[in-house]
Design a protein around this ligand. Structure first.
Ligand SMILES: Cc1ncc(COP(=O)(O)O)c(C=O)c1O
Length: 403
Protein backbone atom coordinates (compact mmCIF):
# COMPACT_ATOMS: atom_id res chain seq x y z
CA UNK A 1 0.00 0.00 0.00
CA UNK A 2 1.33 3.39 -0.90
CA UNK A 3 1.85 5.27 2.34
CA UNK A 4 0.58 8.78 1.70
CA UNK A 5 0.90 11.52 4.31
CA UNK A 6 -2.07 11.49 6.68
CA UNK A 7 -3.33 14.93 5.60
CA UNK A 8 -3.37 13.77 1.99
CA UNK A 9 -5.04 10.45 2.77
CA UNK A 10 -7.89 12.44 4.30
CA UNK A 11 -8.47 14.42 1.13
CA UNK A 12 -11.42 13.39 -0.98
CA UNK A 13 -12.28 14.66 -4.42
CA UNK A 14 -14.72 17.49 -3.79
CA UNK A 15 -18.20 17.29 -5.17
CA UNK A 16 -17.50 20.54 -7.01
CA UNK A 17 -14.63 18.99 -8.90
CA UNK A 18 -16.59 15.85 -9.68
CA UNK A 19 -19.50 17.92 -10.85
CA UNK A 20 -17.37 19.95 -13.20
CA UNK A 21 -17.43 17.07 -15.67
CA UNK A 22 -21.24 17.03 -15.55
CA UNK A 23 -21.40 20.81 -15.68
CA UNK A 24 -19.62 20.79 -19.02
CA UNK A 25 -22.03 18.23 -20.54
CA UNK A 26 -23.54 19.92 -23.61
CA UNK A 27 -26.86 21.60 -22.88
CA UNK A 28 -26.75 21.39 -19.10
CA UNK A 29 -27.44 24.62 -17.22
CA UNK A 30 -24.77 25.05 -14.60
CA UNK A 31 -25.34 27.09 -11.48
CA UNK A 32 -22.52 25.10 -9.90
CA UNK A 33 -19.28 26.86 -10.70
CA UNK A 34 -17.91 29.92 -8.97
CA UNK A 35 -16.13 31.30 -12.00
CA UNK A 36 -16.55 34.65 -13.74
CA UNK A 37 -18.55 34.78 -16.97
CA UNK A 38 -16.32 33.87 -19.93
CA UNK A 39 -17.78 36.64 -22.03
CA UNK A 40 -16.99 39.23 -19.35
CA UNK A 41 -13.19 38.99 -19.37
CA UNK A 42 -11.36 42.19 -20.42
CA UNK A 43 -9.82 40.58 -23.50
CA UNK A 44 -9.30 43.76 -25.55
CA UNK A 45 -7.55 45.43 -22.60
CA UNK A 46 -5.34 42.35 -22.14
CA UNK A 47 -4.34 42.45 -25.85
CA UNK A 48 -3.59 46.12 -25.66
CA UNK A 49 -1.50 45.80 -22.51
CA UNK A 50 0.56 42.97 -23.96
CA UNK A 51 1.09 44.66 -27.31
CA UNK A 52 2.23 47.86 -25.62
CA UNK A 53 4.87 46.17 -23.46
CA UNK A 54 8.45 47.19 -24.19
CA UNK A 55 11.04 44.54 -24.97
CA UNK A 56 12.47 44.99 -21.46
CA UNK A 57 9.02 44.52 -19.87
CA UNK A 58 8.48 41.37 -21.93
CA UNK A 59 11.80 40.04 -20.66
CA UNK A 60 10.75 40.72 -17.06
CA UNK A 61 7.47 38.95 -17.81
CA UNK A 62 9.31 35.83 -18.99
CA UNK A 63 11.80 35.75 -16.12
CA UNK A 64 11.63 34.49 -12.50
CA UNK A 65 10.78 37.30 -10.13
CA UNK A 66 11.23 38.00 -6.43
CA UNK A 67 9.32 35.64 -4.13
CA UNK A 68 7.34 38.52 -2.64
CA UNK A 69 6.12 39.67 -6.06
CA UNK A 70 7.29 42.15 -8.72
CA UNK A 71 8.10 45.52 -7.10
CA UNK A 72 5.98 47.38 -9.62
CA UNK A 73 2.87 45.29 -8.86
CA UNK A 74 3.46 45.58 -5.12
CA UNK A 75 3.59 49.34 -5.53
CA UNK A 76 0.43 49.61 -7.65
CA UNK A 77 -1.48 47.11 -5.49
CA UNK A 78 -0.40 48.96 -2.36
CA UNK A 79 -1.93 52.16 -3.74
CA UNK A 80 -5.09 50.32 -4.83
CA UNK A 81 -5.54 48.85 -1.36
CA UNK A 82 -4.60 52.07 0.39
CA UNK A 83 -7.40 53.85 -1.44
CA UNK A 84 -9.76 51.26 0.01
CA UNK A 85 -8.50 52.11 3.50
CA UNK A 86 -6.36 49.01 4.06
CA UNK A 87 -3.37 49.36 6.41
CA UNK A 88 -0.59 48.94 3.85
CA UNK A 89 1.84 51.00 5.96
CA UNK A 90 1.79 48.67 8.95
CA UNK A 91 1.22 45.36 7.12
CA UNK A 92 3.15 43.74 4.27
CA UNK A 93 1.96 42.50 0.90
CA UNK A 94 2.95 39.11 -0.48
CA UNK A 95 1.84 38.30 -4.03
CA UNK A 96 0.65 34.70 -4.29
CA UNK A 97 -0.45 32.26 -6.96
CA UNK A 98 -4.16 32.82 -6.47
CA UNK A 99 -5.56 33.73 -3.07
CA UNK A 100 -6.01 30.02 -2.40
CA UNK A 101 -2.22 29.83 -2.23
CA UNK A 102 -2.24 32.67 0.29
CA UNK A 103 -4.69 30.67 2.44
CA UNK A 104 -2.63 27.52 1.96
CA UNK A 105 0.61 29.27 2.95
CA UNK A 106 -1.04 30.68 6.08
CA UNK A 107 -2.32 27.19 6.92
CA UNK A 108 1.21 25.87 6.43
CA UNK A 109 2.58 28.62 8.67
CA UNK A 110 0.21 27.90 11.56
CA UNK A 111 -0.98 24.29 11.53
CA UNK A 112 0.83 21.34 13.06
CA UNK A 113 -0.96 18.01 12.54
CA UNK A 114 -3.87 17.75 14.96
CA UNK A 115 -4.06 21.49 15.70
CA UNK A 116 -7.52 22.99 15.80
CA UNK A 117 -8.69 25.83 13.59
CA UNK A 118 -12.11 27.46 13.53
CA UNK A 119 -14.09 28.12 10.36
CA UNK A 120 -17.61 29.23 9.65
CA UNK A 121 -20.15 26.57 8.75
CA UNK A 122 -20.65 26.66 5.79
CA UNK A 123 -17.21 27.60 4.53
CA UNK A 124 -15.19 27.84 1.31
CA UNK A 125 -14.30 24.30 0.24
CA UNK A 126 -10.84 25.29 -1.06
CA UNK A 127 -9.83 26.60 2.36
CA UNK A 128 -11.29 23.55 4.12
CA UNK A 129 -9.25 21.27 1.85
CA UNK A 130 -6.10 23.28 2.51
CA UNK A 131 -6.62 23.00 6.29
CA UNK A 132 -7.32 19.27 5.99
CA UNK A 133 -4.16 18.75 3.94
CA UNK A 134 -2.16 19.89 7.00
CA UNK A 135 -4.19 17.49 9.18
CA UNK A 136 -6.02 20.25 11.02
CA UNK A 137 -8.88 19.50 13.38
CA UNK A 138 -11.56 21.78 11.89
CA UNK A 139 -14.05 23.19 14.40
CA UNK A 140 -16.98 25.13 13.01
CA UNK A 141 -19.30 27.91 14.11
CA UNK A 142 -22.64 28.67 12.42
CA UNK A 143 -23.51 31.88 10.63
CA UNK A 144 -26.59 33.95 11.36
CA UNK A 145 -27.94 36.76 9.20
CA UNK A 146 -25.28 39.24 10.44
CA UNK A 147 -22.23 37.00 10.26
CA UNK A 148 -20.53 34.39 12.41
CA UNK A 149 -22.58 33.81 15.55
CA UNK A 150 -20.65 35.46 18.40
CA UNK A 151 -22.59 33.53 20.99
CA UNK A 152 -21.67 30.22 19.40
CA UNK A 153 -18.09 31.36 18.81
CA UNK A 154 -17.75 32.22 22.51
CA UNK A 155 -19.12 28.81 23.48
CA UNK A 156 -16.79 27.11 21.02
CA UNK A 157 -13.73 28.98 22.29
CA UNK A 158 -14.65 28.19 25.91
CA UNK A 159 -15.16 24.52 25.13
CA UNK A 160 -11.86 23.93 23.36
CA UNK A 161 -9.09 22.35 25.38
CA UNK A 162 -6.38 23.82 23.22
CA UNK A 163 -6.50 27.25 21.71
CA UNK A 164 -7.26 27.15 17.97
CA UNK A 165 -4.42 28.25 15.70
CA UNK A 166 -6.62 30.71 13.82
CA UNK A 167 -10.12 31.72 12.87
CA UNK A 168 -10.84 31.70 9.12
CA UNK A 169 -13.76 33.83 7.86
CA UNK A 170 -15.18 35.35 4.68
CA UNK A 171 -17.12 38.39 5.89
CA UNK A 172 -17.95 39.87 2.49
CA UNK A 173 -20.18 38.10 -0.07
CA UNK A 174 -19.61 34.76 1.51
CA UNK A 175 -18.95 31.61 -0.49
CA UNK A 176 -21.30 29.74 -0.34
CA UNK A 177 -23.73 31.66 1.92
CA UNK A 178 -23.77 34.81 -0.25
CA UNK A 179 -24.19 37.02 2.81
CA UNK A 180 -22.42 40.04 4.18
CA UNK A 181 -21.33 40.51 7.80
CA UNK A 182 -22.89 43.66 9.22
CA UNK A 183 -20.60 46.49 10.27
CA UNK A 184 -21.62 45.96 13.89
CA UNK A 185 -20.73 42.27 13.71
CA UNK A 186 -17.30 43.05 12.24
CA UNK A 187 -16.54 45.46 15.06
CA UNK A 188 -17.91 43.12 17.73
CA UNK A 189 -15.89 40.22 16.36
CA UNK A 190 -12.67 42.25 16.48
CA UNK A 191 -13.52 43.16 20.06
CA UNK A 192 -14.17 39.56 20.95
CA UNK A 193 -10.91 38.29 19.42
CA UNK A 194 -8.86 40.96 21.16
CA UNK A 195 -5.82 39.73 23.13
CA UNK A 196 -6.70 36.07 22.60
CA UNK A 197 -3.63 35.31 20.52
CA UNK A 198 -5.75 33.71 17.80
CA UNK A 199 -5.01 35.23 14.37
CA UNK A 200 -7.98 35.95 12.12
CA UNK A 201 -7.68 35.07 8.43
CA UNK A 202 -10.01 37.42 6.57
CA UNK A 203 -10.71 36.09 3.07
CA UNK A 204 -11.94 38.90 0.83
CA UNK A 205 -12.03 37.30 -2.61
CA UNK A 206 -15.28 39.05 -3.58
CA UNK A 207 -15.16 42.47 -1.90
CA UNK A 208 -14.81 44.41 -5.16
CA UNK A 209 -17.98 42.90 -6.55
CA UNK A 210 -20.56 44.93 -4.62
CA UNK A 211 -23.79 45.89 -6.36
CA UNK A 212 -25.01 48.83 -4.28
CA UNK A 213 -22.97 51.92 -3.38
CA UNK A 214 -25.00 52.10 -0.14
CA UNK A 215 -23.24 48.95 1.06
CA UNK A 216 -19.75 50.42 0.76
CA UNK A 217 -19.56 51.23 4.45
CA UNK A 218 -20.69 47.69 5.35
CA UNK A 219 -18.15 45.93 3.14
CA UNK A 220 -15.19 47.73 4.66
CA UNK A 221 -12.79 44.87 5.43
CA UNK A 222 -12.19 44.05 9.08
CA UNK A 223 -8.47 44.70 8.63
CA UNK A 224 -9.36 48.32 7.79
CA UNK A 225 -10.85 48.83 11.28
CA UNK A 226 -8.67 49.57 14.29
CA UNK A 227 -7.74 46.11 15.55
CA UNK A 228 -5.03 46.42 18.14
CA UNK A 229 -4.59 43.12 19.94
CA UNK A 230 -5.81 41.04 16.98
CA UNK A 231 -3.55 39.79 14.20
CA UNK A 232 -5.56 39.97 10.98
CA UNK A 233 -4.21 38.20 7.90
CA UNK A 234 -6.10 39.52 4.91
CA UNK A 235 -6.23 37.61 1.62
CA UNK A 236 -7.39 38.97 -1.72
CA UNK A 237 -7.60 37.81 -5.30
CA UNK A 238 -7.21 38.99 -8.88
CA UNK A 239 -9.49 36.19 -10.02
CA UNK A 240 -12.70 38.11 -9.64
CA UNK A 241 -11.35 41.51 -10.72
CA UNK A 242 -9.48 40.39 -13.87
CA UNK A 243 -9.58 36.60 -14.32
CA UNK A 244 -8.65 33.40 -12.47
CA UNK A 245 -6.43 32.37 -15.38
CA UNK A 246 -3.86 34.91 -14.16
CA UNK A 247 -3.53 32.82 -10.97
CA UNK A 248 -2.75 35.84 -8.86
CA UNK A 249 -3.75 36.69 -5.32
CA UNK A 250 -2.12 38.25 -2.30
CA UNK A 251 -1.97 38.44 1.45
CA UNK A 252 -1.64 41.58 3.54
CA UNK A 253 -0.31 40.50 6.92
CA UNK A 254 1.66 41.71 9.95
CA UNK A 255 5.42 41.84 9.15
CA UNK A 256 6.47 38.92 11.38
CA UNK A 257 3.86 36.67 9.74
CA UNK A 258 4.91 37.93 6.32
CA UNK A 259 8.52 36.85 6.98
CA UNK A 260 7.49 33.25 7.62
CA UNK A 261 5.06 33.18 4.70
CA UNK A 262 7.67 34.46 2.29
CA UNK A 263 10.00 31.64 3.35
CA UNK A 264 7.22 29.11 2.84
CA UNK A 265 6.38 30.50 -0.59
CA UNK A 266 10.01 30.24 -1.58
CA UNK A 267 9.79 26.49 -1.07
CA UNK A 268 6.42 26.18 -2.79
CA UNK A 269 6.92 27.90 -6.14
CA UNK A 270 9.72 30.49 -5.68
CA UNK A 271 7.51 33.18 -7.21
CA UNK A 272 4.12 33.71 -8.80
CA UNK A 273 3.99 34.08 -12.60
CA UNK A 274 5.89 37.21 -13.63
CA UNK A 275 3.97 37.23 -16.89
CA UNK A 276 0.58 37.81 -15.31
CA UNK A 277 2.02 40.10 -12.64
CA UNK A 278 3.26 42.44 -15.37
CA UNK A 279 -0.19 42.43 -16.98
CA UNK A 280 -2.05 42.91 -13.68
CA UNK A 281 0.24 45.77 -12.73
CA UNK A 282 -0.52 47.65 -15.97
CA UNK A 283 -4.23 46.96 -15.58
CA UNK A 284 -4.26 48.50 -12.11
CA UNK A 285 -1.81 51.32 -12.86
CA UNK A 286 -3.74 52.59 -15.91
CA UNK A 287 -6.99 52.73 -13.95
CA UNK A 288 -8.55 50.19 -16.36
CA UNK A 289 -9.37 47.96 -13.40
CA UNK A 290 -11.85 50.51 -11.99
CA UNK A 291 -13.61 50.98 -15.32
CA UNK A 292 -13.76 47.23 -15.83
CA UNK A 293 -15.08 46.59 -12.32
CA UNK A 294 -17.83 49.15 -12.86
CA UNK A 295 -18.93 47.24 -15.94
CA UNK A 296 -18.85 43.75 -14.47
CA UNK A 297 -20.58 44.87 -11.28
CA UNK A 298 -23.48 46.05 -13.42
CA UNK A 299 -23.67 42.72 -15.25
CA UNK A 300 -23.43 40.59 -12.10
CA UNK A 301 -26.04 42.78 -10.44
CA UNK A 302 -28.36 42.23 -13.39
CA UNK A 303 -27.86 38.48 -13.16
CA UNK A 304 -28.24 38.45 -9.39
CA UNK A 305 -31.48 40.40 -9.57
CA UNK A 306 -32.75 38.10 -12.32
CA UNK A 307 -31.99 35.09 -10.14
CA UNK A 308 -33.73 36.64 -7.14
CA UNK A 309 -36.76 37.42 -9.29
CA UNK A 310 -36.82 33.93 -10.83
CA UNK A 311 -36.62 32.41 -7.34
CA UNK A 312 -39.46 34.64 -6.14
CA UNK A 313 -41.71 33.62 -8.97
CA UNK A 314 -40.94 29.89 -8.96
CA UNK A 315 -40.10 28.79 -5.41
CA UNK A 316 -42.77 27.60 -2.98
CA UNK A 317 -43.21 29.49 0.29
CA UNK A 318 -41.27 26.91 2.31
CA UNK A 319 -38.01 27.80 0.53
CA UNK A 320 -35.94 30.90 1.43
CA UNK A 321 -32.69 32.49 0.22
CA UNK A 322 -30.48 35.57 0.55
CA UNK A 323 -30.99 38.48 -1.86
CA UNK A 324 -27.45 38.98 -3.20
CA UNK A 325 -25.76 42.34 -2.56
CA UNK A 326 -22.56 41.31 -4.32
CA UNK A 327 -20.35 38.35 -5.15
CA UNK A 328 -21.47 35.26 -7.01
CA UNK A 329 -23.84 33.19 -4.88
CA UNK A 330 -27.35 32.55 -3.66
CA UNK A 331 -27.72 30.16 -0.72
CA UNK A 332 -31.11 28.48 -0.89
CA UNK A 333 -32.56 27.11 2.35
CA UNK A 334 -34.70 23.98 1.99
CA UNK A 335 -37.61 22.92 4.19
CA UNK A 336 -37.06 20.47 7.01
CA UNK A 337 -36.83 16.91 5.74
CA UNK A 338 -35.33 17.68 2.33
CA UNK A 339 -31.59 17.50 1.88
CA UNK A 340 -29.92 19.08 -1.06
CA UNK A 341 -27.90 16.03 -2.08
CA UNK A 342 -31.13 14.15 -2.74
CA UNK A 343 -32.22 16.91 -5.14
CA UNK A 344 -29.06 16.88 -7.17
CA UNK A 345 -29.69 13.82 -9.32
CA UNK A 346 -33.29 14.79 -10.23
CA UNK A 347 -32.13 18.32 -11.04
CA UNK A 348 -29.27 17.07 -13.22
CA UNK A 349 -31.67 14.69 -14.99
CA UNK A 350 -33.84 17.71 -15.76
CA UNK A 351 -30.82 19.63 -17.02
CA UNK A 352 -29.60 21.84 -14.14
CA UNK A 353 -26.66 21.44 -11.82
CA UNK A 354 -26.00 23.21 -8.50
CA UNK A 355 -23.78 22.46 -5.51
CA UNK A 356 -25.21 20.57 -2.55
CA UNK A 357 -24.83 22.38 0.77
CA UNK A 358 -23.02 19.53 2.53
CA UNK A 359 -20.03 20.22 0.28
CA UNK A 360 -19.29 23.29 2.39
CA UNK A 361 -19.50 21.55 5.76
CA UNK A 362 -16.13 20.03 6.73
CA UNK A 363 -18.03 17.06 8.14
CA UNK A 364 -20.37 16.82 5.13
CA UNK A 365 -23.27 16.70 7.60
CA UNK A 366 -25.35 19.87 7.20
CA UNK A 367 -27.26 19.55 3.97
CA UNK A 368 -30.30 21.79 4.35
CA UNK A 369 -29.15 24.36 1.76
CA UNK A 370 -27.91 24.42 -1.80
CA UNK A 371 -25.67 26.90 -3.59
CA UNK A 372 -26.58 28.39 -6.94
CA UNK A 373 -24.36 30.92 -8.69
CA UNK A 374 -25.40 33.48 -11.25
CA UNK A 375 -21.91 34.60 -12.25
CA UNK A 376 -21.38 32.50 -15.34
CA UNK A 377 -24.98 32.35 -16.60
CA UNK A 378 -26.80 34.93 -18.75
CA UNK A 379 -30.21 36.16 -17.60
CA UNK A 380 -32.26 34.08 -20.07
CA UNK A 381 -30.52 30.89 -18.90
CA UNK A 382 -31.13 31.86 -15.25
CA UNK A 383 -34.81 32.27 -16.07
CA UNK A 384 -34.88 28.82 -17.62
CA UNK A 385 -32.85 27.01 -14.96
CA UNK A 386 -34.27 28.29 -11.67
CA UNK A 387 -37.82 26.89 -12.22
CA UNK A 388 -36.26 23.47 -12.87
CA UNK A 389 -34.70 23.48 -9.40
CA UNK A 390 -38.02 24.69 -7.99
CA UNK A 391 -39.73 21.71 -9.65
CA UNK A 392 -37.21 19.29 -8.14
CA UNK A 393 -37.83 20.79 -4.68
CA UNK A 394 -41.63 20.65 -5.07
CA UNK A 395 -41.44 17.00 -6.21
CA UNK A 396 -39.33 16.12 -3.18
CA UNK A 397 -41.74 17.97 -0.89
CA UNK A 398 -44.72 16.07 -2.34
CA UNK A 399 -42.89 12.79 -1.68
CA UNK A 400 -42.30 13.95 1.89
CA UNK A 401 -46.01 14.69 2.37
CA UNK A 402 -46.96 11.27 1.00
CA UNK A 403 -44.76 9.51 3.56
C1 LIG B 1 -14.06 32.56 -0.70
C2 LIG B 1 -12.96 32.28 -1.68
N1 LIG B 1 -11.70 32.49 -1.32
C3 LIG B 1 -10.68 32.25 -2.15
C4 LIG B 1 -10.89 31.76 -3.41
C5 LIG B 1 -9.70 31.44 -4.25
O1 LIG B 1 -9.59 32.22 -5.37
P1 LIG B 1 -8.26 32.33 -6.19
O2 LIG B 1 -7.29 31.29 -5.74
O3 LIG B 1 -8.67 32.14 -7.61
O4 LIG B 1 -7.73 33.70 -5.92
C6 LIG B 1 -12.19 31.51 -3.85
C7 LIG B 1 -12.44 30.94 -5.18
O5 LIG B 1 -13.53 30.62 -5.57
C8 LIG B 1 -13.26 31.78 -2.95
O6 LIG B 1 -14.53 31.54 -3.29
Amino acid sequence: MTRFASGVSNLRSSQIRDLMSLATRPGIISFAGGMPGNELFPLAEMDEIYNDLTEREKQVAMQYGPTCGLPSLIESLNSYLKEKGLPVDTHKLLITTGSLQAINILANAFIDAGDSVITENPSFIGALSAFKSYSADIQTVDLDSDGISLEKLALKLDSMERKPKFLYITPTFHNPAGMLYSKERRIALIEMMKDRDIPVIEDDAYGDLYFYEDDLEDIRPMIAYPHEGVEICYTGSFSKIIGPGLRLGYMLVPPHIYDKCELIKQSVDACSPSFTQVIADKFIRSGAVKKYLNEVRQEYKLRAEAMHKALKSSMPEYVSWNKPQGGFYVWVKLPKGINSMSLLKPAIDKGVVFVAGSTFDPYAAKDDCLRISYCNTPVEVINKGVPIIAEAIKDAYKQLELK
